[in-house]
Design a protein around this ligand. Structure first.
Ligand code: NAD
Length: 498
C-alpha cells in the first residue's frame, strides 16, 4: 500500500506543515501504517485563523440566497461522493462501509437543514412599539469559529457544526481527529468545488498544540467540541476563560432499561445492534442493559444467540457487520475491561477475544457480553467505548432509575416496554438529554438538536437544529424611528412607551 500524506487545508488549498511534526495513520483491519498527517504548529494555526478572518467580511455580506445556493451544491456533491467518503472513513476508522455511508447520510441531513438558512435567520419585527417607533431583531454571525472533533465520526460530527456555522455567515476552522483525518480534507475539496470562497472553511490537523492554539487565539470567537469528557471539560473551561462562546460535548455511558412487559426479541435485537454497531465506538452506543427482574436470564440468552451470529471482519467486506477498533492501544484498553470485569465479579457471557477474526495484525476484538455487572466495577464506571455490553440486573423500575440518576453521564438512554404510562414516566423523570422509547439509538434529526446532560455536555447549547443557529449567531435588537418635526425637543427621562 502506498503511503499517503494528509495535510492542512488553508485558504482554499492544501498547505503542508512547516513544523515537521507528524502523526501516523493506520489501517485498523490490517494494523498497517497507511500514511502520516501533518501536525500544526503556531505558524499554521496563525495562517488558518488569518485566512478565516480575512474571508469573514465577504462571507458575512454574501446574500442568503447565494449562501443557500452553495450549500445546495455542496449537498449534491456530498450525495454524489457518499460511497467514496464512506470507503475513506472505513479505511482509517475501521467501521464497515455501510455504517460509514450512514454517518455521511446523517451529516448530509444537517447540510439540508442548513440549506434553509434564509428561513432560519429570520428575526422578529414589531411595528409601533411606541408611537411611530418599530423594534426588530437581527441574527448576525460571530466571525471565525472553530470545531474540534473526535475519531469516531470523522464526517458526521464535523457536519453537526460547519454547515450551520457557515450558513449563518461565519468562517470555520475544523481540527479533526488525528486518527482518521482524510475525510475532512475531502469535505474541504467538495466545499471548494461547490463554490465556497477561499478561507471560509479550513482544516487544521494536529494534537493538543493545534487545539490549544485555537483556544488561545484572540480571533477565534467560538469553539464547538465533541470528544471525551475530560477533554470536553478542559475545552469548556479554557475557552470560556478566554471569553469565547463554547459548547463541549463529552463522553457517555448509555443505559437501556428493559421492563418485564417488553418484547424481549425486539429488545435483544436493539441491544445487540446498538451495542456492537461501529464496534461500540459511538457516543450513542448502548453500553449497559438494565434488565428489570425477571427478564435477565431470558434476555441474556436472546442477546447471546444474536451475538454468536455477528460477522466480524474488514470494513470493506460487504459481509462484515462489525469491524476492528480504531487503534491497537484502544483495542488493548477495551480488552482490559474483560479481565477487570471478571476479577471484580462479573461473568463473561461472551468473550470477544475468542471471536474468529481475520488473520494478521488488525486491531480486532469481537463482541463481548459481561453479565452481573455492578456499579462499583471499572467496566461499569468507565466509558469503555468498544464492543462490550454490560448487563446489570435490578429488581424494579425505581432501582433502574436510581442507577441512571447516580451515573455521571447523561448523553442517551432508552426504555423498552409496551406500557405507555411507564415510558411516559421515564421520559419525564430521566436526567438524560436524548431519550429513546423502544428506540435504542435516539439520535435527534438535524432540525432538532443533539446533546446530552450532566458530564456529557458542558455549555448551554446543543449541536445543530435551532440551538446550533443560536450558538453561531448573536442577536441584535434595533429600535428605529424615522424622524419628522413632531419628534423635536430634549427629554432626559427614561424612554417609555407612548
Ligand atoms: P478525545 O477527547 O480523545 O479527542 C477529541 C478531540 O480532542 C480530538 O480532535 C483530539 O485531537 C483532541 N484532543 C485529545 N486530547 C487532547 C488534549 N489533551 N488537549 C486538547 N485536545 C485534545 O476523543 P476521541 O477518542 O477522539 O473520541 C471518543 C470520545 O468522544 C468518546 O468519549 C465519545 O463518547 C466522545 N463522543 C461524544 C459525542 C457526543 O455527542 N457527546 C459524539 C462522539 C464522540
Amino acid at each position: 500500500m502506498s503511503s499517503k500524506h494528509v495535510t492542512h487545508w488553508i485558504n482554499g488549498k492544501p498547505s503542508t506543515s512547516v513544523a515537521g511534526r507528524r502523526g501516523d495513520i493506520y489501517e485498523p483491519s490490517t494494523g498497517r501504517l497507511s500514511g502520516t498527517v501533518d501536525f500544526a504548529a503556531q505558524a499554521e494555526i496563525d495562517a488558518a485563523v488569518a485566512a478565516a478572518k480575512a474571508a469573514f467580511p465577504g462571507w458575512r455580506d454574501t446574500s442568503l440566497a447565494q449562501r443557500a445556493k452553495i450549500l445546495f451544491r455542496f449537498r449534491e456533491l456530498l450525495t454524489e461522493h457518499r460511497d467514496e467518503l464512506a470507503r475513506l472513513i472505513s479505511s482509517e476508522h475501521g467501521k464497515v462501509v455501510s455504517d460509514a455511508a450512514g454517518e455521511v447520510a446523517r451529516g448530509l441531513e444537517v447540510v439540508e437543514f442548513a440549506c434553509g438558512v434564509p428561513h432560519l435567520l429570520k428575526g422578529g419585527f414589531s411595528e409601533n412599539v411606541s408611537s411611530r417607533v418599530d423594534a426588530y431583531s437581527i441574527l448576525q454571525p460571530l466571525g471565525v469559529v472553530a470545531g474540534i472533533t473526535p475519531f469516531n465520526f470523522p464526517a458526521m460530527v464535523p457536519m453537526w457544526m460547519f454547515p450551520v456555522a457557515i450558513a449563518c455567515g461565519n468562517t470555520f476552522i475544523l481540527k479533526p481527529s488525528e486518527k482518521d483525518p482524510s475525510a475532512s480534507v475531502r469535505l474541504a475539496e467538495l466545499w471548494a468545488e461547490a463554490g465556497l470562497p477561499d478561507g471560509v472553511f479550513n482544516v487544521l490537523h494536529g494534537d493538543k498544540i493545534a487545539v490549544d492554539g485555537l483556544l488561545h487565539h484572540p480571533d477565534v470567537k467560538a469553539v464547538s467540541f465533541v470528544g471525551s469528557t475530560p477533554i470536553a471539560r478542559y475545552i469548556y473551561e479554557t475557552a470560556a476563560r478566554k471569553g469565547k462562546r463554547v459548547q463541549a460535548l463529552g463522553g457517555a455511558k448509555n443505559h437501556m432499561v428493559v421492563l418485564p412487559d417488553a418484547d424481549l426479541d425486539l429488545a435483544a435485537d436493539a441491544a445487540v445492534s446498538a451495542g456492537f454497531g461501529s464496534a461500540g465506538e459511538r457516543c450513542m452506543a448502548i453500553s449497559v442493559v438494565v434488565a428489570v427482574d425477571p427478564v435477565g436470564d431470558e434476555l441474556l440468552s436472546k442477546i447471546n444467540e444474536r451475538v454468536a451470529r455477528l460477522k466480524v471482519g474488514p470494513g470493506d467486506d460487504p459481509e462484515s457487520e462489525m469491524g476492528p477498533l480504531v487503534t491497537r492501544e484502544h483495542r488493548d484498553k477495551v480488552a482490559s475491561y474483560l479481565d477487570s470485569g471478571v476479577a471484580q465479579g462479573a461473568t463473561l457471557a461472551v468473550d470477544g477475544r475468542e471471536t474468529r477474526v481475520p488473520d494478521g495484525e488488525g486491531f480486532w476484538l469481537g463482541p463481548t457480553v459481561l453479565d452481573h455487572v455492578t456499579p462499583e466495577m471499572d467496566a461499569y464506571r468507565d466509558e469503555i467505548f468498544g464492543p462490550v455490553l454490560s448487563i446489570v440486573r435490578v429488581g424494579s423500575y425505581e432501582e433502574a432509575m436510581a442507577l441512571l440518576d447516580a451515573n455521571p453521564y447523561g448523553n442517551g438512554t432508552a426504555i423498552f416496554t409496551n406500557d405507555g404510562g411507564a415510558a411516559r414516566r421515564f421520559q419525564n423523570e430521566v436526567e438524560v438529554g436524548m431519550v429513546g422509547i423502544n428506540v435504542p439509538i435516539p439520535v435527534p434529526m438535524a432540525y432538532y438538536s443533539f446533546g446530552g446532560w450532566k458530564a456529557s455536555l458542558f455549555g448551554d447549547s446543543h449541536a445543530h437544529g435551532m440551538e446550533g443557529v443560536h450558538f453561531y449567531t448573536r442577536t441584535k435588537a434595533v429600535t428605529a424611528r424615522w424622524l419628522d418635526p413632531s419628534h423635536g425637543g430634549v427629554n432626559l427621562g427614561f424612554p417609555t412607551n407612548g
